[in-house]
Every structure is written in C-alpha cells, then in structure tokens.
Design a protein around this ligand. Structure first.
Ligand code: NAD
Ligand code: IPM
Ligand code: MN
Length: 351
C-alpha cells in the first residue's frame, strides 16, 4: 500500500490536544506510505450546536477509512450540559459496536525510569510487560436493560450482560494467539464463582479453545484477586483476557501501576479487516485539566504506534516506541513538567 485514509476524531476536553501531538509525530515519521487525514468534529460541541452525535452519513464515511484515531469523548462528570452517557454510548460505543471491534487491546509496560506507585521490591529486576485483551462488543456494555417505576421507591433498574459463545470464543482465540507470539502465558479473568452463567461460558470457551494451544500456559483469576496481583506482582502477567467491564476497570489500574494513565494506549481492533480499527488513549477527556496544556500526549502517540503496527508499518511503530522509551526515561531528570506540545515536539523531532 502506498497510501492510507486516516479518519481523526479529536472529540472533547483534552482529546483534540493529545490527538494534535499524535498527528505531529505521524507526520514527522519517515514513512513508506502516505496518510490522507480527514478530521471529524464530533463530540459535545457538535451535539450542542446541531443535536447530532454521530450522523449516519459520517458513520458511512468512517467505515470507508483504513483506520481511525480518536482522542476522547465525554463531558465533565456531573456536568449539566451533556447528559452522561450520551456521547459515550452514541459515539464511542456506537463505533466499537458498528465496526465490530471485538478485540480491545490494551498493552501495559513499565518503561525504564518511569515513576510507579508500586513498591521497589515488587518491580525490581522484573519486566512488567503485559497486554489486556478486553472483549469490546458484548457484556454489560450492550445496553440491554431498563428501568421500571422510575423515580419511585419501587424503582427497578436492570443492566443485563450479554455473552455469546460466538463472541467469547473469538476473543479468547485472539488472546491465545497473542500469548503464543509473546511469552506463552494467558490468564482468564472473570468472576465465575458468582456470575455463574456468563462465567461458565467464558470458562468453557477458555478450556475448549485452549486445547488447540498446548504451548500456552493458562491461569485463571477472579477479578477481585486480579486487582491484588496487578498491584503486588504485575510481572506475573503476559496476556490477560476478560470481558468488557472487567477489562475497562483492570486497564485503568494497569495504567496507574505502569506510569499513569497518560501513557496507556489502546486499539479497538476488528481482526477480520472488514471494518476500520480505531486507536485511542485509554484515558478520557480529563475535563479537570482540559485547555491547560497539561495533558500527557504519550498515550495517544503510543496509540499511533499501535495503529501503524495494525497497518503493517511495523518499522515505524518500533521507531515511535524507541523514541518514547528514551523520552520517558529522561523525564525524571527534567526541571519541571513539560506541556502537551513540548512533549509532542520532542518526540516528533526525535522520530
Ligand atoms: P479521565 O481519564 O478523563 O480522567 C481521570 C484522571 O486522569 C483525571 O484526573 C485526568 O486529569 C487524568 N488524566 C487523564 N488523561 C490524562 C493525560 N493524558 N495526561 C495527564 N492526566 C490525565 O476519566 P474521567 O474523569 O472518569 O472521565 C472524564 C470524561 O471522559 C467522562 O465524560 C468520561 O465518560 C469520558 N471518558 C472517555 C473515554 C474515551 O473517550 N475513550 C475514556 C474514559 C472516560
Ligand atoms: C474506556 C472508557 C469507555 C469504556 C467509556 C467512556 C465508554 O472508559 O475507553 O476505557 O468504558 O470503555
Ligand atoms: Mn475506561
């Protein structure tokens, strides 16, 4: 391929700020292919102005892109202007579902020299380097539920988690394949001691698919225990596979223990290639620091590396990782925090 169509959604809050730096780095790379970039103004501002969240015409245009880069969507929690969930469900989750992003890939790596809240003894001489394969199209995220007798003392609200054999099998298989290409260890995280219906399906899929991967060592943790080990022994993990909500929660924790949410990258991947995959930092729109130049764009820059890997531009992806590794290692010695654009400028200059 000599050219790619990249759709870009900056979104809300710090989203556009960090995406600008991701694109700066992409443009600074010496690439064997050309990227044609189309930006879409979706998010809180568009909704306030037009009442549109994601028009069908835009969805069709996005479907024709080779990949999507997204910043973040969502207004301030507790904010009154945009109803909570409107953009999250109507834009972000809509894209993940419409484009069948069943592999939500979230790597976590403790880079040398990065400050971590973990005790020295936990990380000394250990490689903390794992990836969470979070299911992206099912579970509690499908919006199956409702409210009866709303606003009364007898109100009942339900959210039903949907887990299909088809959906669980395909994401579990993807995780086994990734484990096989890494250090050969796969951990299933669920809660099958309580969630016996969905948990049973996950456990059976994990065992059955595992028969095809005799070279992969397997392990199981209940999600509550998994949070213990993420804080006390994260080096034990290679690949974790889990459902949509557990994966959401575990990956914020994984980010926090490996240098912070400002470094955590992700890919919403449709492995079949039938739809464009979408790359985004794990973090949100961070209304508390928006517009102040304080957001760390590294997570977005590393998401660009995941995007390049997905398109087969692996040398360019490795180049970003090398430069980011060096940049991060130099940070503790710097006089003070750098602005969003200073970090982007430094990484762009070095790639
Ligand atoms: P958040 O990730 O936006 O912020 C959590 C904390 O991390 C805040 O203190 C924030 O300042 C900090 N932080 C986040 N990104 C940072 C960065 N790049 N550099 C430095 N600090 C950073 O989570 P939240 O506050 O729970 O959510 C805010 C809004 O974002 C909500 O509307 C939520 O729904 C939305 N959200 C969107 C996405 C997404 O688009 N993928 C993800 C998470 C949350
Ligand atoms: C994330 C976010 C989203 C999620 C929200 C904003 C819908 O928290 O990407 O981690 O829960 O998946
Ligand atoms: Mn999240």
């Amino acid at each position: 391929r000599s050219s790619y169509d990249l759709a870009v959604i900056g979104g809300d809050g710090i989203g556009p700020e960090v995406v600008a730096e991701g694109l700066k780095v992409l443009e600074a790379l010496d690439l064997p292919a050309k990227f044609s970039i189309t930006s879409y103004d979706l998010g809180a501002e568009r909704w306030q102005r037009t009442g549109e969240v994601l028009p069908d015409s835009v969805l069709s245009e996005l479907a024709a892109a080779d990949a999507i880069l997204l910043g973040a969507v969502g207004a301030a929690p507790g904010g009154k202007t945009v109803p909570s969930g409107l953009l999250e469900r109507g834009l972000l989750l809509k894209l993940r579902f419409a484009f069948d992003h069943y592999v939500n890939l979230r790597p976590s790596k403790l880079y040398p020299g990065v400050p971590t809240p973990l005790a020295d003894g936990v990380v000394k001489d250990k490689d903390v380097d794992f990836v969470v394969v979070r299911e992206g199209t099912e579970g509690l995220y499908v919006g199956n539920g409702g409210v009866v007798r709303a606003g009364t003392p007898a109100e009942i609200a339900t959210e039903v988690s949907i887990n299909t054999a088809y959906g669980v099998e395909r994401v579990v298989r993807d995780a086994y394949e990734r484990a096989r290409k890494r250090r050969g260890k796969l951990t299933l995280v669920h809660k099958h001691n309580v969630l016996v219906h969905a948990g049973g399906l996950w456990r059976r899929c994990f065992e059955t698919v595992g028969e095809e991967f005799g070279d992969v060592t397997t392990d199981y943790l209940h999600v509550d225990a998994a949070t213990i080990f993420l804080a006390t022994d994260p080096a034990r993990f290679d690949v974790i596979v889990t459902d949509n909500l557990f994966g959401d929660i575990l990956t914020d924790l994984a980010a926090a223990v490996t240098g912070g949410i400002g470094l955590a990258a992700s890919g919403n991947i449709n492995p079949s290639g039938a739809y464009p995959s979408m790359f985004e930092p794990v973090h949100g729109s961070a209304p508390d620091i928006a517009g102040q130049g304080k957001a760390d764009p590294t997570a977005t820059i590393l998401s660009v590396a995941l995007l390049l890997d997905h398109l087969g531009l692996n040398d360019a992806a490795r180049r970003i990782e090398q430069v980011v590794t060096a940049d991060i290692a130099a940070r503790p010695g710097l006089a003070g925090p750098r602005s969003t654009t200073q970090v982007g400028d430094a990484i762009a200059a070095a790639v």
